[in-house]
Design a protein around this ligand. Sequence first.
Ligand code: DHB
Ligand code: FE
Length: 284
Amino acid sequence: MAQIIGSVTTSHVPAIGRAIARNLQADPYWKPFFDGFAPVHRWLREAKPDVVVIFYNDHGLNFFLDKMPTFAVGAAAEYRNADEGWGIPEVPPFKGEQKLAWHLIEQLIARDFDLTTCQEMVVDHALTLPMALLWPDHERSGWPVRIVPVCINTVQFPLPSAKRCYALGEAVGEAVRAWKSDERVLVMGTGGLSHQLDGERAGFINKDFDLQFMESLVHDPRWATQYSIHELVEKTGTQGVELLMWLAARAALGNGPVKRVHQNYHIPISNTASGLMLLEPAAR
Ligand code: DHB
Ligand code: FE
């Protein structure tokens, strides 16, 4: 059976792409952010994932406001970046892991999740940048993993509840572990942590809540499910609700104990409190 080897959750601010393109990793503004990834790179060299299941939110690129699935799973052979601009170099296309994608789709629909299945899909900064942060050599050597994208709507209300996103993550985890294959699967979740890009509270960040949320993922993973979406927006900002991806990724690890391998938190990157966490199932 396939094995889930861990989860990496991280923020996905577009400015990161420009910083990579301009080689600003050692710049004083960027250093505390990029330095956070060194332990993850070391871990990945040992852990050697074959496949990534990545929870992220599309920002109006693949899905626009006229058609907005609550949950969507990619089952495409290939995913190309078609981001919002910034004039940065394009990343190489991502290869889809179609067998796992269809296995997940079948298992999730059998468990009453009403998914949108996408046999064609373009991807935005929320997928490309976290991948580029984990595999900075991608321009030379390509991506060493195949992917299955799982989109959760955090762009257009109504949004799925934290409780429902946790249940989705749990079901994804169980389906991956039931996949008849020897593949090593890494789960990723991208977005958050607290940030608000628009309106009167633009620039809003809530460090206390973010740190409590990160801690909860280790010791009490359902903690955030006590909050409604509106409470989460109040506590983390309109775009801070992207933390739902972290919750789904954590839930995919299952309900056993987890080991915190690494964590970084840095304020701000652009308008965002940037977080990074690497967890492993403790029994691994
Ligand atoms: C920013 C953060 C995001 O999550 C996003 O999708 C776009 C922009 C920002 O802080 O600039
Ligand atoms: Fe975002």
